[in-house]
Design a protein around this ligand. Sequence first.
Ligand code: FMN
Length: 352
Amino acid sequence: MTGIPVAETPDREFLPLELIKAAGKQRTDAGAWAYLNAAAGDGRAAKRSREAYLQTTLLPRVCRDVSVVDLTTRWLGKDMSSPFAIAPMASHELFDASGEQGTAEGAGNSDVPLILSMETSQPWSSIEVERKWCQISPQQDDGLVRSLIEAAEEAGAEAIILTLDTPVPGMRYEQRRALPEFPTHINRPMLPTSNVRWDAYTWAGLDWSAVEVIVDYANIPVLGKGVLHPDDALRCSDSGMSGVVVSNHGGRNFDALPAPLSQLPSIADAVGDQDLVLVDGGIRSGSDVLVALAHGAHGVLIGRPVLWGLSAAGPSGVAEVLSIFREELEQAMALCGVCEITDINRSLLVGD
Ligand SMILES: Cc1cc2nc3c(=O)[nH]c(=O)nc-3n(C[C@H](O)[C@H](O)[C@H](O)COP(=O)(O)O)c2cc1C
């Protein structure tokens, strides 16, 4: 903890991501921009997620040859050039006409998995990207879920992200004010056309037996997203999943939730190295990625910053955001005296 009063931290407009965000705002419809940046209730869960990073300090080691820093790692048995993926986010066409394909082009040059939301504005199969994952929110309509799993596999997805944290609609006052109705000019081709409400695809009856049916049906690895309790992470594992995304949904559902970073160590301890542990929420720099890995994550999902990039400059904006994260992580690792992702652990945390 630095003891810096976070509320007094000014906007840092000289930071590369802040400049991209400012450019994105200029090019984006005001309602879509507010939807992108919205949080649940009074916004405190999103704020808390960010503050957890601002309040964490890392303790570097000196005089350790850092002339070669290597970001490569392995997720689900596959080589990765960096420990990032793009978080599932709905309706990219709201932010650039190129939509998810534009995000894919930005990601394609960088070998970062693109996690396609169930609410994409383009069909999963039409999106060409080197690494594709698909996100599904469990549905009462078993047939719809099965067809989505089949569509993900046919579209070449390497994994499915099963979002577990939204059994009922979130406290989306800010979103409702920004975009009260689902925009009629945006498609959701993976979903039935009849239901055009934003929050139509929740299921209050979701339980672990339903999750097990879904996991059994899939032929590719499934990860549970929105897990904040170590027992739920273990339950994901027991249900046949290959990992979890520790997440409070970007603070967009429920304002009383903790920062995902604060829950990471207990979840990482609970599941050990047997499963993939990813985290998202409030990650805004390479230093934040290093902090997340030091708390026990194998990697991170990057959310809003990717859509800031798409809003600012289409595919090249996404590529720029990802390259900022990569360069900053390399720099942060070198400044901490670590050269390999596997060398990052809690010994870097002040106080540990
Ligand atoms: C515009 C927007 C749309 C989102 N749509 C989805 C979605 O369809 N499914 C889902 O599981 N999460 C969704 N999320 C949550 C993200 O996957 C992720 O958990 C969150 O954005 C991470 O926080 P960050 O934006 O602070 O990085 C959405 C987030 C945003 C900003």
